[in-house]
Design a protein around this ligand. Structure first.
Ligand SMILES: Nc1ncnc2c1ncn2[C@@H]1O[C@H](COP(=O)(O)OP(=O)(O)OP(=O)(O)O)[C@@H](O)[C@H]1O
Length: 314
């Protein structure tokens, strides 16, 4: 496994008022991946990103970007990072190319109009270089923010809520932009409230809640979990143990003996349902109800954040 581009170790952030916004975060971000940072309001997403970008000073713990410590080697770490804020703030009368070139200048990088044009081209803004910002659509303005963040050629790009409050079409357009950036080799971390956004574009999902990372997992593995279905068969009369023929199906019997639960993969070619049902009926039990339910990323997310509330988070 190659070295992660960002490593975060035991990161704690306590604000001046004593509030602990991050309580021991450990996270590795892999080079070239799209990582979605998912979490409810106030979970600590912005605090985490601000800490990585050197805007917020951690109380304790370490962060490295491209091997550079963000506290002892701040400038070199910061050079590798592009940050796209959520809020669109652009000089209305300034031309697009100048706006982007100005951001590059802030990093002390040499003037390079050809590079700025390439960045604009890659964001489908190539023909807008000479257009004043105020003449752009909302979607284009968001892309200008990305161009600004890319102007000093960072290797890691943070997108804070890139599609908050935008319509479906614009959201999909943004997903394409993010996929293109990944294809160019940029590592992308985006924060989002939208679970379907994480599903659509992220290679991995990290769930943060109350200052702790609750889960980091490949999106594909989470999706596979989503394929998991649960069938519950309710019985007319309770049973104490599962009859021998049913034991091999890996069923769970409820405490009261009235319900038998079977977990299966609804996408699998063979779910085992037919044989299970025929074996079940062969035992002579009387069935009063059969229900199935599907677990979703939403449910996993809610389950994780609820578990945290009762202090049993993994
Ligand atoms: N400067 C500050 N002083 C004290 N507490 C703060 C400060 N900044 C943030 N917090 C608190 O830290 C917690 C995490 O805030 P943060 O902005 O990181 O969350 P978030 O996950 O980005 O939320 P959102 O999705 O709403 O932007 C919140 O409870 C917030 O009130």
């Amino acid at each position: 496994m190659p070295e992660p581009i960002v490593t975060i170790r035991d990161l704690v952030k306590r604000y001046d008022d004593g509030f602990e916004a991050l309580s021991g975060v450990d996270l590795d971000i892999r080079e070239g991946e799209i990582l979605a940072l998912l979490g409810p309001n106030g979970a600590g997403k912005t605090t985490l990103i601000s800490s990585i970008c050197g805007i917020t000073r951690p109380t304790s713990g370490t962060i490295t970007v491209g091997g550079h410590d963000t506290q002892t080697d701040w400038r070199r770490a910061r050079d590798l990072i592009g940050l796209v804020p959520q809020e669109v703030k652009l000089e209305p009368f300034e031309m697009v190319a100048k706006t982007v070139a100005f951001s590059r200048g802030l990093f002390g990088k040499p003037h390079d109009p050809a590079l700025i044009q390439r960045v604009l081209d890659s964001l489908s803004l190539g023909d807008k270089a000479g257009t004043p910002n105020m003449a752009l659509s909302g979607g284009m303005k968001r892309r200008v923010l990305i161009a600004k963040a890319l102007s000093h050629e960072p290797r890691v790009l943070f997108l804070d809520e890139p599609t908050a409050g935008v319509d479906v079409e614009l959201r999909r357009g943004m997903w394409e932009v993010v996929a293109d950036l990944k294809a160019q080799g940029v590592t992308i971390i985006l924060t989002t409230h939208y679970i379907e956004e994480a599903e659509a574009i992220a290679d991995r999902v990290a769930v943060i809640d109350r200052g702790r990372i609750r889960l980091v997992e490949e999106t594909a593995a989470l999706m596979a979990r989503m394929g998991r279905k649960e069938m519950t068969v309710t019985l007319a009369d309770p049973i104490k143990t599962l009859p021998g023929t049913l034991a091999e199906h890996g069923l769970t019997l409820s405490e009261d003996g009235y319900a038998v639960t079977y977990v299966f993969d609804s996408r699998a070619e063979r779910t085992g349902l037919t044989r299970l049902l025929s074996d079940l009926l062969a035992t002579g039990v009387r069935v009063t109800d059969v229900t199935t339910r599907q677990s979703s990323l939403e449910e996993i997310f809610v389950g994780l954040t609820n578990a945290a509330e009762t202090g049993e988070a993994r």
